[in-house]
Structures are given as structure tokens and as C-alpha cells.
Design a protein around this ligand. Sequence first.
Ligand code: MF3
Ligand code: CO
Length: 258
Amino acid sequence: MIFLKTDEEIELLRENNHLVAMTLAEVGRHIRAGVSTAELDKIGDEFIRDHGAVPAFLGYDGYPASLCISVNEHVVHGIPSAKQILKDGDIVSVDCGTFMKGFVGDSAYTFAVGEVGEEVRRLMDVTKEALCRGVAQAKAGNRVGDISAAVQNYAESFGYGVVRELEGHGLGRRMHEDPGVPNYGARGRGPLLKEGMVICIEPMITMGNKAIVFEQDGWTVRTRDRKPAAHFEKAVAIRKNGPDVLTDYDIIEQAILK
Ligand code: MF3
Ligand code: CO
């Protein structure tokens, strides 16, 4: 069942996703060689709580941390660990969720640690642009498949893999609402997008083969071929005049430029 949101509800979702972007910016400021992903999780957890929210991921289906931090061949749902120390050239997907005022925020950004190789930089750039292409299709009268096809076609035109097993989703009082938003599909297919829908679009793109495996910890998703993957996620409201992006990447990018 798809829940349409009122303008007031969309503002509460915007507040949550604004806090998520602020948290990602704060975490991003601390990303450097030598830092453990557990330290980053602590920074994120405290930042969320200091701003009057609770981390939406902690305890979700038993998930044990406040952020998902996925390094290199880890695609998503990486569990932060004191043993995982970042090094120059790594790429790090940080996925963050908040809950306050009855609604959820959920967004992700892939950061570079120091200088990354040209190939890896291109994977990050293409994944972010694939998300933008998807967002541009998020308007009333289109269908979910228009978003899916835009993401898939762009990513695959670079020879990259599009992960099939995980997808974007509706966002509201719960983190995962209908509809599912796959990163592959056909234009003109799938659920109709209506004004008041709020969805998360989150391409997970691999440099090599699209196949994934689950690690022994029961959460971490990694590429089967152990080549790197990137992941970006934004929450978007469907409005009369087109996509209303609730996740502001400028906040994050301003923070990491300094
Ligand atoms: N952002 C993720 C998603 O969209 C959620 C993290 S998984 C959790 O599915 F279990 F840790 F919450
Ligand atoms: Co999500």
C-alpha cells in the first residue's frame, strides 16, 4: 500500500532528510586514512541524538549500529567495526537513517578517502549521476520504471553492473514503504507516480559483475568478484511541478571540500 503524504508530512520528511545530510557531512569531515568505521558510526550516532532524533537503523531487523558503512567491495549494509581502518584510495558508502517527529530520513553518499584512482573516481561520479537521472524522472504521471530505466541505462552505458537484489523504496512513517524502486527496469512500467508520494532512489553500481554475496555477519553485502561498488541515495517527494529533492548533497559537498 502506497501512502500519499500531505505538505505538512513532506516537511517533516524534509527535516529528517536534512538532518541525515547534516550527519553525512559531519561524518564526511572525519573520513581520512587511519580512522575506523566504528569511530565514524559513533560520530554519526551522537550527531543524530544531539539534534533530537534517534538513529533509524539501530535495531532495525536487529541491525547493530547507527550507520551502514560499506568500504570498496562492500556494496551496502556494512557493519561499522573498530577493526576496519580506512586507508588512502578507499571508497566508503555511508548510509544514514533518522527518526523524529514520527517520520524517517534515509540517504547515503559515497566518499573518497584521500586520493582515489581514476577508475574508482569515475565509478563514484557515474553512480551519483545515475541517481540524478533517476531523480529527474520522479514526477507525477511517470511510472517507477521510468526512474529504474534511467538509472540502469546510464550506469550500463559505462559497462558497470546494476545490483538487482536490493532497491529503493517509499519513505514515510516507516523506512521501507511501497513502492519498491528497482535500479533496473523498463520505461512506462511499474506503479504510477502520484503527487504526495515520497521515495528513496538508491543506485548500487558495481565496477565489475553485478553479482553480490552476503558476508558471514548476516548484513554486509559485497560484490562476488570483489571489485568496488558505489552507492548514493536521496529521498524525493513527487510534486505537481516535478521532483522535490529532500536530501541536499550541497551540505555534504561543502563539508568535504574544506
Ligand atoms: N538505507 C537502507 C535502505 O534503504 C537501510 C539500512 S538497513 C538497516 O534499505 F537495517 F540498517 F537499517
Ligand atoms: Co534506503
